[in-house]
Design a protein around this ligand. Structure first.
Ligand SMILES: [Zn+2]
Length: 129
């Protein structure tokens, strides 16, 4: 199944039935692709973003309800929800290699004396003298 909300819906159903109800394990992890997948392509607060959040929130609610039901039967379950990273809307970006070339650092970049590594919305510049 392709990544996305439909896959998340299917995985949540399988997780609740096969992992939580039928074959509980000491540690289980359910990883949703959304809202991350949507947020890599849609602005924060956009209709697509809000729709993804609404659907995932409902799926987390389904998992929580299943866990509540298993706890009511006597299972001691620790339930945690987290995210691997956040998002922010960026209004302007620069091409770092292009900027370096346009500002006189092209030769240093091409020879490896200067390099950069991007991380999220930042870039680290490295200079070897
Ligand atoms: Zn991501």
């Amino acid at each position: 199944m392709a990544p996305g909300l439909d896959g998340d819906v299917a995985m949540a159903g399988l997780f609740c039935q096969e992992v939580l109800r039928e074959n509980p394990r000491a540690i289980s992890v359910l990883w949703f692709g959304d809202p991350d997948l949507t947020m890599h392509n849609a602005q924060i607060g956009s209709p697509a973003h809000m729709a993804a959040l609404t659907r995932i929130d409902a799926l987390v609610g389904d998992v929580a309800a299943t866990i509540d039901a298993e706890r009511a039967k006597g299972d001691d379950i620790l339930f945690m929800v987290g995210s691997d990273h956040g998002h922010e809307t960026v209004g302007y970006g620069i091409n770092v290699a292009g900027w370096l070339d346009e500002n006189g650092f092209g030769k240093l970049r091409e020879t490896g004396q200067m390099s950069f590594a991007t991380q999220g919305t930042a870039a680290l510049l490295y200079w070897r003298s």
